[in-house]
Unconditional design. Structure first.
Length: 187
């Protein structure tokens, strides 16, 4: 097996395992020459699911020209699949009721897609499954506020619409804001 294939396999394996980017040796050490970047892009085009997140974001960091050549719809497919399927959403960031929050690497890549990310995110407005974070402080925050996947979708859709993205401590308040946005976008 070539080094190129091993690197791609390692990135995909960490994506499948849901290893946060900061803990992924494969992501931290990924480097692409032109051939590696083309092979990585081909792998993403073949299977643009959540398992391709590490590969996609490594390509974004190391070979931005090749990354931008991937259709925005495929990049959105990978990012939204990760938001829907990953066991922990640390790579997307966190939200706090005091207006603080932070959009991490995966969220930044999603927001860069603009309108291309809107349709797949609208589907996530109905997903009230828990969206936990890993790590002591992050896990406590996500547990305290009961993060849900729909909360992340609401945050990113609000930002894409160039609106404030407030986060309420009470799920009932968040539900009302999510319902209003859902009704507006599905009209």
């Amino acid at each position: 097996m070539s080094d190129e294939a091993r690197q791609i396999d390692a990135l995909v394996a960490d994506g499948e395992a849901g290893v946060p980017l900061g803990l992924s040796d494969a992501y931290q050490s990924a480097r692409f020459d032109a051939d590696d970047a083309r092979a990585a892009a081909a792998r993403i085009r073949e299977r643009p699911g959540a398992e391709a997140l590490h590969l996609l974001l490594a390509l974004r960091r190391e070979a931005p020209e090749t990354y931008r050549e991937l259709p925005g719809e495929q990049r959105a497919q990978v990012l939204v699949a990760a938001l829907r399927e990953l066991p922990h959403l640390n790579d997307f960031g966190w939200m706090e009721p005091d207006g603080h929050g932070h959009d991490r690497t995966a969220a930044q890549a999603l927001l860069e897609l603009g309108d291309t990310a809107r349709a797949p995110l609208v589907e996530l407005l109905d997903d009230d499954r828990p969206a936990p974070l890993a790590g002591s402080e992050a896990a406590t925050m996500s547990s305290t506020y009961g993060y849900r996947r729909s909360d992340y979708a609401h945050r990113y859709l609000s930002k894409l619409l160039r609106r404030d993205a407030p986060f309420a401590a009470e799920p009932a308040q968040r539900d009302a804001a999510i319902a209003a946005l859902r009704n507006e976008l599905r009209g």
